[in-house]
Design a protein around this ligand. Structure first.
Ligand SMILES: [Zn+2]
Ligand SMILES: [Zn+2]
Length: 283
């Protein structure tokens, strides 16, 4: 049995004191791979740290890309910096990018412009994209349809081949209709610990339309700790609770769901894991 945490933030300050133990605990819980999502100010060392953490541990990967909160900080110099970091073989995706109209930390028109720009950059690099969408699902889908797909002659939607490698809708919080649209565009749907929360019937309604071969699980740690650990700091080992919850929800064995979501992740990124026995390297 193995699991993958498709979206974590273990480079953050919350893990400075015990990062080695956190990674070891994850491995002990069967988490075979983690995707550490870089966030923060693209003019600082935040993203360098995110990539360094991935380079330090076996089977920990990284993504770079400016979060919609920080869209107002995106400019040519920021992009240059991220492009340089993306040369690391450990960087396998661009993101998290998207729209957040709940917090509105950056003006909406800037979020939209920077979202489009980063989709194009990711396509140029042939990197999959990691999408964050909050209170902006219609706008997010509209932009993805425009930027990542084309209509075929018979009017059907086709994911654009020109560099577009699909993506992951992280911490899915949308409707079943949105999940369906995204899957048509070549996206995987990733659920975080909030799918286990009592009041999350809307998330579970959406989960019903996601087949096992499009499904991922994530922690988004240090936030969104799944039940029964809600209230504690979240960490990659706890992805097991979200996977167990979803297995029960779908009526399948936990081991099956764990292995399928792991396979989805590895196939999507065309990854092979290195031997677990290798020692951590120094940064
Ligand atoms: Zn996010
Ligand atoms: Zn995140």
């Amino acid at each position: 049995m193995s699991l993958v945490d498709s979206h974590c933030h273990i480079d953050g300050d919350a893990f400075d004191a015990d990062r080695d133990e956190v990674v070891q605990r994850a491995k002990g819980a069967g988490v075979a791979a983690m995707l550490n999502i870089g966030t923060g100010d693209p003019h600082s060392d935040d993203f360098r740290k995110a990539v360094a953490v991935a380079e330090r541990y076996e089977n920990v990967f990284a993504s770079v890309g400016v979060h919609p909160h920080d869209a107002k900080l995106y400019d040519d110099a920021a992009e240059e910096h991220l492009l340089e970091l993306a040369r690391s073989s450990k960087v396998i995706a661009w993101g998290e990018i998207g729209l957040d109209f709940y917090y509105d930390h950056s003006p909406r028109d800037v979020q939209i412009e920077v979202f489009r720009r980063q989709i194009r950059t990711a396509r140029r690099l042939e990197l999959p994209i990691i999408i964050h969408s909050r209170d902006a699902d219609d706008e997010t889908i509209a932009i993805l349809l425009e930027e990542c797909s084309r209509k075929t002659e018979n009017g059907k939607l086709k994911a654009e081949n020109d560099g577009f490698r699909g993506g992951i809708m992280h911490c899915f919080g949308g409707t079943a209709a949105m999940a369906t649209e995204l899957m048509k565009l070549g996206f995987l749907i990733s659920f975080a610990g909030n799918v286990t929360f009592k009041k999350a019937d809307n998330l579970r309604d959406a989960a019903r339309v996601v087949p096992l071969d499009k499904l991922l699980v994530e922690t988004d740690c240090p936030f969104l700790t799944p039940i029964p650990l809600r209230g504690k700091r979240n960490e990659p080992a706890y992805v097991e609770h979200t996977a167990r919850f979803l297995a029960e929800f779908y009526g399948v064995e936990f081991e099956l769901l764990a292995d399928r979501t792991t396979r989805n992740f590895l196939d999507f990124f065309r990854l092979e894991l290195t031997a677990e026995t290798q020692r951590q390297r120094e940064v």
